[in-house]
Design a protein around this ligand. Structure first.
Ligand code: NAD
Length: 500
């Protein structure tokens, strides 16, 4: 009997003008399940020519889509919302397979993505302009919002279902057309969403998908046919995107990396604080831009928190995110695994010690990329473990004497994405909220990521631009303001012009 040849993973295609098309002569990269190393598909590394095809399709679709009433555009989004809801489990399963996070976490991510579509269905309200009657005799002023044109988004691997939705529904709801480049590490979830976009009847060319890496990005940044660029990813790439896209005259919002501190006051409620810290630091194996990655323990807070936190962390089960028993899934790739382990070694060399050692998690599936939850204590506040993003399941503990010291430490960071304070003291919480130089603050909340109607408002190196993702800022980013001043010379003597 002949041996069956192993199935070759299929090659993914771009979606351009409503057609699934091959990328032009592109190199292929494996998309793998990080839990097992299994190859799921091959992604083409498209180039500038593929971007130009997508831009041409988006430009061609723009006049018709822009002229479609805002209410009809919202109806398309209602249909997309219903389809995403109906397929939510399939989407979550795909997120787990290609990104690795646990299934409950993936379901929560998909739900957040759907909420973005919901928020965008309110655009007939939120896109409204302003009018002021009588700025002079018989003169009125009004500001109206019009679409920017063709908008592109470049997104990271860690939220393959949610982050593209920070932009896509708001962009098209405002009457723009759209080109998406998802992460080449996990593009399959967006392939499913593109199928739903087609099923929702959104006209061809309104949303286009171009797969690949930095050649696609450079094609987007340099294309004269693209008017606005949204980016989410690491800080160095965010800076590059911001500079090159704005030098080319585009509107840009670039969301970068983070190092988020969780300040624990001596009066914090230990039980809930420990569960919030664990969910924040180890959820998605620490691969969230809002993951708390530094515990800033004030006074004797660390000695109170440590026993509970260590016990609970050691009890977390590491494994395949698709296994219901798993608490912490794999990291995205073996390369990420090596990098994270290297960061732990560097921290140890800089004088930190291990309160929990997750370097060799037990009982994990073969072929996967696993780092177990790790807690480093005695971390030098100036060291990389306290200052630079590790993007893995690693918590660094820094001890300080006072709330002032904690605020000074947090404000000394080059990042300003998220932070939390755990305390029952209202005055301490208020003081922190007022003085901390970070754009998203949680008070007894471990992951202070805003819901869709509020902006995702990172500061400093965590965000370059003026208008943030979603919320009112999302509407502002995807619209241009036009201000009209009008005067009428007659006094409305209607009878003079119209015969009954
Ligand atoms: P990344 O910067 O490596 O990649 C992000 C995107 O940029 C991908 O689509 C990738 O193809 C592209 N890219 C990568 N290198 C490039 C280069 N040299 N030139 C042009 N394009 C390039 O980020 P990642 O590893 O996919 O995601 C993790 C990072 O994203 C973390 O730093 C995390 O904090 C950050 N992030 C930030 C937010 C936020 O809201 N601030 C949200 C999610 C993730």
């Amino acid at each position: 009997m002949e041996a069956t040849a192993p199935a070759t993973p299929r090659v993914l295609r771009n979606l351009i003008g409503g057609e699934w098309v091959d990328a032009a002569g592109a190199e292929l990269l494996d998309v793998t399940n990080p839990a097992t190393g299994e190859s799921l598909a091959r992604v083409p590394l498209s180039g500038a020519a593929d971007v130009e095809r997508a831009v041409a399709a988006a430009r061609a679709a723009l006049p018709g889509w822009r002229a479609t009433s805002v209410i009809k555009r919202a109806h398309h989004l209602f249909r997309l919302r219903a389809l995403m809801d109906a397929h939510a489990d399939e989407l979550a399963q795909m997120v787990t397979r290609e990104m690795g996070k646990t299934l409950p976490d993936a379901r929560a991510e998909v739900a957040r993505g759907i909420e973005m579509v919901e928020a965008a269905t309110a655009l007939p309200q939120t896109m409204q302009g302003q009018i002021l009657e009588g700025i002079a005799t018989n003169v009125d002023a009004e500001t109206i919002r019009q679409p920017v044109g063709v908008c592109a988004a470049i997104t990271p691997f860690n939220f393959p279902a949610m982050v593209p939705m920070w932009f896509l529904p708001f962009a098209i709801g405002c009457g723009n057309t759209f080109v998406l480049k998802p992460s080449e590490q996990d593009p399959l979830t967006m392939e499913l969403v593109m199928g739903l976009i087609k099923e929702a009847g959104i006209p061809d060319g309104v949303v286009n998908l171009v797969l690949g890496g930095k050649d696609v990005v450079n094609g987007i940044l340099d294309s004269p046919g693209i008017d606005a660029v949204s980016f989410v990813g690491s800080a160095s790439v965010a800076k590059y995107i911001y500079e090159r896209a704005s030098a080319n005259g585009k509107r840009v919002q670039a969301l970068g990396g983070a190092k988020n501190s969780m300040v624990v006051m001596p009066d914090a409620v230990i039980d809930q604080t420990a569960s919030n810290i664990i969910a924040s630091g180890f959820g998605a194996a620490g691969q969230r831009c809002m993951a708390g990655s530094v515990i800033v323990a004030v006074g004797d807070a660390w000695s109170k928190l440590k026993p509970e936190l260590v016990t609970r962390t050691e009890a977390l089960k590491v494994g395949d995110g698709a296994d219901p028993a798993t608490d912490v899934g794999p990291v995205i790739s073996p390369a990420a695994c090596d990098r994270i382990l290297g960061c732990i070694e560097d921290a140890l060399a800089a004088g930190a010690t291990l309160a929990v050692d997750g370097r060799s998690p037990a009982g994990v599936p073969d072929g996967g990329a696993y780092v177990g939850p790790t807690i480093l204590e005695g971390v030098d506040p100036k060291s990389d473990a306290a200052q630079e993003e590790i993007f893995g399941p690693v918590l660094s503990v820094v001890e300080v004497e006072t709330l002032d010291d904690a605020i000074a430490f947090v404000n000394g960071s080059r990042y300003g994405n998220g932070t939390s304070i755990f305390t029952e003291n209202g005055a301490a919480a208020r003081r922190y909220r007022v003085d901390v130089e970070v754009g998203m603050v949680g008070i007894n909340v471990g992951v202070a990521a805003p819901v869709a109607f509020f902006p995702f408002s990172g500061w400093k190196d965590s965000f370059l631009g003026d208008l943030h993702a979603h919320g009112r800022d999302g509407v502002e980013f995807f619209t241009k303001k036009k201000t009209v001043t009008s005067r009428w010379f007659s006094e409305g003597e209607v009878g003079k012009f119209f015969v009954e």
